[in-house]
Design a protein around this ligand. Structure first.
Ligand code: PLP
Length: 353
């Protein structure tokens, strides 16, 4: 990245000779990313991140004589708010419910899909619980009805093995900062032959599909990060699951619910403690140098439980006291033990809702 920021900063889309190296770097990055997800190089389009990739897929792909998009109730707002845009523009959007373990029941999709459905979009891994969806079965149902299938793979890319062909998806969104790459860069995988028009219009970059001068340094950084993660993905997953076990062991004897499915992103825990305030837990742990997230946000009057916990029907008493822990390979076993111990301590003695 440094090289392409300070030395070799030519515009890769220009025909002159000093652009040759940056052009080659962009092309190599595209091939590297494609290989990591079982795609072809010309199926990868660079974007500014997950939000843009999701917007592009939902707003611009498929047969527009069909008015309906089906998505799930647990999507990130980068999909849910696009649904609002589509409705405002006269489209129809339906939301699949989830089971209590945060997985989409494919029978529900069978029940509601029809020949007016342009696109089905279901995320590969949920950003709150880490729950993984049965994307291959869902994409198969969509295709049997002539609809396209998009998956938001932002949380999953670089953390689980992804093969777009066996998932059967037409489009997959990813964002570099979720796999230790730079912020503000991502990609959309678009299967060759998919009917899609550009979302950002202007110049001819990205084969006329995504205008704007390429962010060469970030593209190179993203490819390097994804390859690095992909090369050690199984070992990292095994290690992160072992860290989860340490935290769970430290919480023995404490009343809580672990949200999500047994099939989840490595190192991802969503835990709900009854009678507690997730945001207060966040701040107490922050003071101890432990950075976690919540599943509920407080304003001056109310606690807003996340749409994901609501969709899963987590009892309110528990949902309000939800914390989300995301572990990475740089976390040690000692970190996990300390997180478990401190969480046990603060949920026993502090942060009542
Ligand atoms: N989709 C999911 C599942 C996410 O978790 C996020 C970000 O947290 C996004 C989309 C948006 O990605 P970005 O911040 O790169 O636009």
């Amino acid at each position: 990245m440094h090289h392409f920021l300070v030395s070799d900063y030519a515009n890769p889309s220009q025909p002159y000779s000093i652009s040759r190296d940056s052009k080659r770097a962009v092309s190599e990055a595209r091939e590297t990313i494609a290989k990591c997800i079982g795609a072809e190089g010309d199926e990868i389009f660079f974007t500014s991140g997950g939000t843009e990739s999701d917007n592009w897929a939902l707003k611009c792909a498929g047969d527009f004589s069909r008015r309906r998009v089906i998505t799930s109730a647990i999507e990130h707002h980068a999909v849910l708010r696009v649904g609002e845009d589509l409705k405002r523009d006269g489209g129809e959007v339906s939301y699949l419910p989830v089971l209590p373990d945060c997985t989409v029941n494919k029978g529900e999709l069978e029940k509601i899909i029809d020949d007016n459905t342009r696109l089905v979009s279901v995320m590969l891994a949920n950003n709150e619980t880490g729950a993984l969806q049965d994307i291959a079965s869902l994409s198969d149902i969509a295709h049997r009805h002539g609809a396209l299938f998009h998956t938001d793979g932002v949380q999953a890319a670089g953390h689980i093995n992804i093969d777009v062909k066996s998932l059967g998806v037409d489009m997959l969104s990813a964002s570099a900062h979720k796999f230790n790459g730079p912020k503000g860069i991502g990609f959309l995988y678009v299967k060759n032959g998919t009917k899609i028009h550009s979302f950002i219009s202007g110049g001819k970059q990205e084969r006329g599909m995504r205008a704007g001068t390429e962010n060469v340094a970030s593209i190179v950084g993203m490819a390097t990060a994804l390859k690095k993660n992909a090369d050690s993905i199984d070992d990292t997953a095994h290690y992160l699951h072992s860290l989860e076990d340490i935290i769970i062991e430290e919480l023995k004897g404490i009343d809580y619910i672990r949200n999500g499915s047994a099939n989840h992103l490595p190192g991802s825990l969503s835990l709900s403690f009854p009678g507690k305030d997730g945001e207060a837990l966040l701040h107490v742990l922050d003071l101890k140098g432990i950075c976690i997230s919540t599943g509920a946000a407080c304003d001056s009057k109310n606690t807003q439980i996340s749409h994901v916990l609501k969709a899963m029907n987590v009892p309110e008493e528990y949902a309000k006291g939800t914390v989300r822990i995301t572990l990475g390979p740089e976390n040690t076993k000692e970190d996990a033990r300390r997180i478990g111990k401190e969480l046990g301590r603060v949920t026993q003695f502090a942060a009542q809702s």
